[in-house]
Design a protein around this ligand. Structure first.
Ligand SMILES: Cc1ncc(COP(=O)(O)O)c(C=O)c1O
Length: 422
């Protein structure tokens, strides 16, 4: 493979990069072009375009990477979430607890399974679903059920934590809750391929788990694709049928599934990239360490916040440090794959505009928490109900992050942020 670190960057008269994109897939493509085109040609030559040997091979390779016993390729991460929820036993009328701070699909997949999302706030350090608040929610529901005043929404059948930005949610905490309340954990691992919790791979930590291979993800297709993982062979078999119109054999339909199949060209491309994912994730880690160091040296940030899973409470909302930039907490049990490098910034929107004027890419994941999305107004939640997620939505900013990013580019991003605040 051609080294993907040797991209000539255009610089301005003062030596700064002319621009720094949030994500530059072309640099990856330049290094992989021959391999990827050969893989696509292989599928064209086979004339087998849907499921088939490429998809089966990818399923085996993803199972091995995640440590899960089985993997089932499908059409997208959204489809994967729906399959994961239904296979985990979520039925129409049930409720599923999830985070208010994620991409819409984490919650819309619950609705598509016929269930009601119960939004819970996030930990202020990691911005992942807060275990303590989930436990309180379940205890309250249990108490109301005992008083014969059941909640309007149905039984909580599953908890769906999202491994936000590539860092696993507190899976020790969720495991304990799962046992105590006899509830399944469905991982939304869309952003977390290769991530670990306590040495175990994301995708092997819950009953089922969903990954996305959307083009911006750490492992990305040349179109739409996703995969579901599970340790339970019977659930894998159920998902295989669900992704194919609920059909155990051709033209016999046991239940209502859907067309959620993966196409073979995507599988072939993903198999090429899979050979590089460990190296790419390692480089993302190095870039994050460079950002951390430069932020600390610049005096802009006071380092990472603590999180609950490290035994320290972090769910305070106000920032008393006075520094303009705060870094998110890293859980000691987590191997983070930095799908995104996200800061919390004072005057975030002005900063974003300042960076855009210097042609530095940034993005807000996510500007409006899920409980305030118009589509979920039927749940009756309002501003102020989940304050940590709401404040995060006002402060978060994702900075350029991809394996081929250079140190000079990271340096320019941090210098530019320092220029903005001084
Ligand atoms: C957390 C999360 N869940 C679900 C999805 C849905 O994946 P997809 O876009 O492949 O349907 C995404 C990606 O966009 C995501 O980031």
């Amino acid at each position: 493979m051609k080294s993907s670190l040797s991209f000539p960057q255009k610089t301005t008269a003062n030596g700064a990069p002319e621009s720094v994109p949030l994500l530059d897939l072309r640099r990856q493509y330049d290094g992989l072009r021959a391999e990827v085109l050969a893989a696509i040609t292989r599928v064209c030559d086979s004339q087998s375009f849907i499921l088939g040997p490429e998809v089966e091979a990818l399923e085996g390779e993803i199972a091995a990477l995640t440590g899960a016993a089985c993997a089932v390729g499908c059409a997208s991460g959204t489809e994967a979430l729906w399959l994961a929820l239904v296979a985990a036993g979520v039925k129409p009328g049930d409720s599923v607890i999830t985070t208010a701070f994620s991409f819409f699909a984490s919650a819309s997949a619950i609705v598509r399974a016929g269930a009601t999302p119960v939004f819970v706030d996030v930990d202020a350090g990691t911005l992942n679903l807060d275990v303590t608040l989930v436990r309180s929610q379940l205890q309250d529901r249990r108490a109301r059920d005992r008083q014969a005043a059941p909640t309007q929404s149905g039984k909580v059948r599953a908890i769906l934590p999202v491994h936000l930005y590539g860092q696993c949610a507190d899976m020790d905490g969720f495991d304990r809750i799962a046992q105590e309340f006899e509830i399944g954990i469905v991982e939304d691992a869309a952003q977390a391929i290769g991530a670990e919790w306590g040495g175990r791979g994301a995708g092997s930590l819950g009953v089922t788990a969903a990954f996305s291979f959307y083009p911006t993800k750490n492992l990305s297709a040349y179109g739409e694709a996703g995969i579901v993982t599970t340790n339970r062979a019977e659930m894998a078999e159920h998902m295989r049928q669900l992704r194919n119109h609920g059909s155990p054999r051709r033209y016999y339909h046991r239940e209502f599934g859907w067309n959620g199949r993966m196409d073979a060209i995507q599988a072939a491309v993903l198999r090429v990239k899979l050979g590089h994912i460990a190296d790419w994730n390692r480089r993302r880690h190095e870039h994050a360490a460079t950002y951390d160091r430069l932020f600390a040296e610049s005096g802009l940030s006071s380092g990472q916040a603590s999180d609950r899973s490290s035994g320290q409470t972090s769910n305070q909302i106000s920032d008393k440090s006075g520094v303009p930039v705060r870094l998110l907490a890293r859980s000691p049990q987590a191997k983070h794959v930095f799908h995104q490098y996200v800061i919390r910034a004072q005057r975030r929107d002005e900063l974003r505009k300042f960076l855009a004027d210097r042609k530095i890419g940034s993005e807000i994941y996510y500007p409006l928490p899920l409980h305030l999305q118009p589509a979920f107004s039927y749940l009756g939640l309002k501003a102020g109900d989940l304050p940590v997620a709401e404040q995060a939505a006002r402060e978060v900013l994702a900075l350029p992050m991809f394996p081929e990013l250079t140190e000079a580019e990271i340096r320019w991003v941090v210098e530019s942020i320092a220029d903005f605040y001084t």
